[in-house]
Design a binder for this molecule. Sequence first.
Ligand SMILES: Cc1cc2nc3c(=O)[nH]c(=O)nc-3n(C[C@H](O)[C@H](O)[C@H](O)COP(=O)(O)O)c2cc1C
Length: 330
Amino acid sequence: MSANPLQAYIRPITIGNLTLSNNMILAPLAGVTDLAFRILCKEQGAGLVVSEMISAKGVHYGGNGSIELARTDLREAPLCVQIFGSEPDLLAEAAKRFQDEGAPMIDINMGCPMRKITGNGEGSALLQQPKLIEKIVRTVKSNVDIPVTVKMRKGFVSGTETAVECALAAEAGGADWVTVHGRFRDEYYTGVSDLNCIRRVKEALRIPVIGNGDIVDTKTALRMFQETDCDGIMIGRGALGNPWIFRELSGFANAPTLAEKKAMILRHLDLVMTFKGETLGVPEMRKHVAWYLKGLRGAAKVRDAVCRSGKQQEIISILEEYFKEIEVSQ
Ligand SMILES: Cc1cc2nc3c(=O)[nH]c(=O)nc-3n(C[C@H](O)[C@H](O)[C@H](O)COP(=O)(O)O)c2cc1C
């Protein structure tokens, strides 16, 4: 018997021609899960990482920003590229383009609640159209040879759960797995992720189901597996400022030391500078620093100083100084 019951659930998972080292997945988080952050989560034990959502229309009309969002390197392989849209042909074209550029896996976003997305019939708006879901997945699948997955919510409007019907439609279209976040679109991120909904989807499908929503530690990860019988878990906000969550769930329960925290922030900063440069990277790094320092003594002052700074070297000095002080006062 394993000392930690979660260990019985963390295991390799096969999808199409890919075998992932484990079934813990870093969720796509627009504006957060860029290449730098994904590398750090992968190093801490994530079995799979997913790109930020990328517009199929953006790919079609040639925006470089769209392609740049799927920039990857071997340290995070395999990267699942997430696309969004509502037109089967455009989604299929984007999927093929990413496959040709080397993507080993595609996920289709059917969960985004933002008005600017749903207003175009994209993201979670698709949860009102199971027939279109099936057509989208079938069209994308027939255009690529790599696994294609779908990420969805409980339904579009509170009280009208369409997850089972939509997941069955995705399965009929040929999806290789479905991820379910147990909230309605109009709940955004309030309330709790409904594990019963995820279990209903799991019971209805033959393909694997990934459970998502509110996993922040070993206890919540275990509850997701036990109450839904899901095949894998996806973690989003629980990884903010905490890439170690994957290490924790892998059974290495030790919380990061201050020295590890400092090293992680500096490495994160370094990776962001390498991939995005100072002008773009420093503003992006501010929120990460705030997340890393959450709960630490004197964090607010450092956060403010980092927010006023536009230079990598300045941020390094602020952090060096802070960690020196806090270590001495331990
Ligand atoms: C800031 C932010 C950005 C997100 N971006 C995406 C996205 O690009 N694609 C997607 O499918 N879901 C996106 N989500 C939803 C998450 O992937 C996930 O389903 C949700 O946060 C619930 O999981 P959690 O409780 O582990 O965070 C986003 C969520 C947040 C908070």
